[in-house]
Design a protein around this ligand. Structure first.
Ligand code: ADP
Ligand code: MG
Length: 244
């Protein structure tokens, strides 16, 4: 589904060039749940953002469903429809109701009529037990509720893959579980997922593969059992000793 070849990203800043991704190679199959862990600043977010071209790679190739998406002339809007993304900060539109937040993109992009989008949104809200919040505004909801709605908003586009960038890092601890639960259900339904997280139990339970990123490279990747019980790279061993 996703193929990344020698992916490079350099940011040109006033203080000089910052080489953030240093030749990443990855193949992500349909239905996989890839969890990415690693220290802050190692390039995890930049990697995710290169997958849906929120950042333009400065080298290498990103392929999605048979199309090289960083080639000139590629239809980025078409691509983003198929890739849902959920961020650390929920990024709901504060001036729109929950229902409008969820239906805005499919209706504006003429993928669904308002009625179809409303029906789909209500169905999704029911699934996460928040159908009574359809007419509420984001500020009236808890962080956990907002993040679950951000997930549902991405799902309303019927994406083929969901990218999550530390979706629980900004939440109060008691709200982490409800968001992870929605993600687990999505995983069990067969969604292809790429998840950056510090939730190691989630990685253990849900991942088909765990990647360790450090300084712009994938230093180790393995099935969760192997990854956590027999880490090989000393930097991963050190990282795990701090987070577990
Ligand atoms: P992580 O998500 O693993 O914490 P990031 O991908 O956010 O790491 O960042 C990797 C490095 O790239 C950091 O040093 C960060 O400061 C830098 N960086 C990220 N985005 C930008 C940007 N838009 N401009 C300049 N530097 C950036
Ligand atoms: Mg990040």
């Amino acid at each position: 589904m996703i193929s990344v070849k020698n992916l490079e990203k350099t940011f040109h800043t006033l203080r000089g060039d910052l080489h953030v991704l240093k030749g990443i190679n990855q193949e992500i199959q349909k239905g996989e749940k890839v969890v990415i862990v690693g220290p802050s600043g190692s390039g995890k977010s930049t990697f995710l953002r290169c997958l849906n071209l929120l950042e333009m790679p400065t080298g290498g190739e990103v392929w999605f469903e048979g199309t090289q998406i960083n080639a000139p002339g590629c239809d980025v809007d078409q691509l983003r429809r198929k890739m849902g993304m959920v961020f650390q900060h929920f990024n709901l539109f504060p001036h729109l109701s929950v229902l409008k937040n969820i239906t805005l993109a499919p209706v504006t992009l003429k993928i669904k009529t308002q009625k179809e989008a409303d029906d789909k949104a209500m169905q999704l809200l029911k699934r996460i037990g928040l159908e009574d919040k359809a007419n509420a505004y984001p500020s009236q909801l808890s962080g956990g509720q907002q993040q679950r709605i951000a997930i549902v908003r991405a799902l309303a586009m019927e994406p083929d893959v969901m990218l999550f960038d530390e979706p629980t890092s900004a939440l109060d601890p008691e709200m982490v579980g409800e968001v992870l639960q929605v993600m687990k259900e999505l995983a069990h339904e067969g969604m292809t997922m790429v998840v950056v997280t510090h939730e190691m139990n989630f990685a253990r339970e849900v991942a088909t593969r765990v990647l360790f990123m450090d300084e712009g490279q994938v230093l180790e990747e393995a099935k969760p059992d192997e990854f956590f019980t027999h880490p090989k790279n000393p930097r991963l061993q050190d990282f795990l000793s701090k987070v577990l």
